[in-house]
Design a protein. Structure first.
Length: 289
């Protein structure tokens, strides 16, 4: 259990001894020197869940999962209460038993109410069967809220419903990328990382009000690179070619990988990206763009 807790905190920041809050709900740990605040809860099945504000960056993580190996992302199917399981993609930390939420603030807001939580790990058993964690999540009336507010994340956000309605590629059905965000690899000591950004579209297809929802590693400058790429990106209106782009929220994910470090998953993602770019070029030609 101690090793599991160490992994919970060490996936992005190496911690000294922390001051612990004795409040009733989720455990709350704070290190003012590192500008770090962590709310966490642990379970007898080895799973731990945490929300963290680390120097202004917000994260939600699950540790104690079966190892993901060399994969940079992993699918988890998650359900709160008696809702149906919904598949989502999670980042894999340098410790491959840790999953990092791509949309941590919406996930944290759901965690606050507690109750039943199911996490299904596809092929999580050693024999290839799916592995299901079915846990009773304690409510958090203080600790999670403190991590959210410390990182300037609201306790209630109507954007959560907007993000749920987006397609897998992060944009509404009536829009497509005219110029897809293509970040440059930042100057960093890491060979790989990821960032997830949300923006609001302008009528001319450009993006504004962009914000980083998550990035890993936290000090890898990957979020900054993703925001820089957003300035060059453009959307187009597929429903009415040539018409202004409606104002809406969009999301895009960027996986950074240094040459020579690609896994099979990275190569498949690159092939998929090239396929999407071909489709986008064909859509622009059809629209007369």
């Amino acid at each position: 259990m101690k090793r599991n807790l160490t992994a919970l905190f060490a996936c992005a920041v190496a911690l000294p001894a922390l001051a612990q809050d004795a409040s009733a709900d989720w455990d709350l740990l704070e290190d003012q020197r590192q500008k770090l605040l962590v709310a966490y809860t642990r379970f007898d099945n080895g799973i731990s869940i945490a929300t963290r504000c680390a120097d202004g960056g917000f994260e939600a993580i699950i540790t104690g999962l079966p190892p993901a190996g060399r994969a940079t992302t992993r699918p988890l199917r998650i359900a709160f209460g008696d809702d149906d399981l919904v598949e989502s993609r999670w980042g894999v930390a340098t410790n491959d038993t840790i999953a990092i939420s791509e949309l941590p603030a919406p996930f944290a807001r759901e965690l606050r109410t507690g109750g039943r939580l199911r996490i299904l790990v596809p092929a999580g058993h050693t024999d290839g069967r799916n592995l299901l964690y079915d846990i009773d999540l304690p409510a958090s009336s203080v600790s999670i809220d403190q991590t959210l507010t410390t990182c300037d994340r609201p306790l209630v956000d109507p954007r959560d419903a907007e993000l749920e309605a987006l397609q897998e590629d992060g944009i509404p059905r009536n829009l497509a990328w005219a110029v897809r965000p293509q970040p440059d690899f930042p100057s960093t000591r890491y060979a790989r990382g990821f960032a997830v950004a949300t923006c609001v579209s302008n009528p001319d297809g450009s993006l504004r009000d962009c914000a980083i929802e998550s990035e890993h590693p936290r000090d890898g400058r990957f979020g900054r690179a993703a925001l820089t790429a957003a300035r060059r990106a453009r959307l187009q209106n597929l429903a009415e070619p040539g018409a202004p782009v409606p104002t809406t929220r969009v999301l895009y994910k960027t996986h950074f990988i240094m040459s020579g470090y690609q896994t099979r998953e990275d190569e498949e993602r690159q092939r998929e990206s090239r396929r999407l770019q071909r489709e986008e070029r064909a859509a622009r030609r059809a629209a007369g763009g």
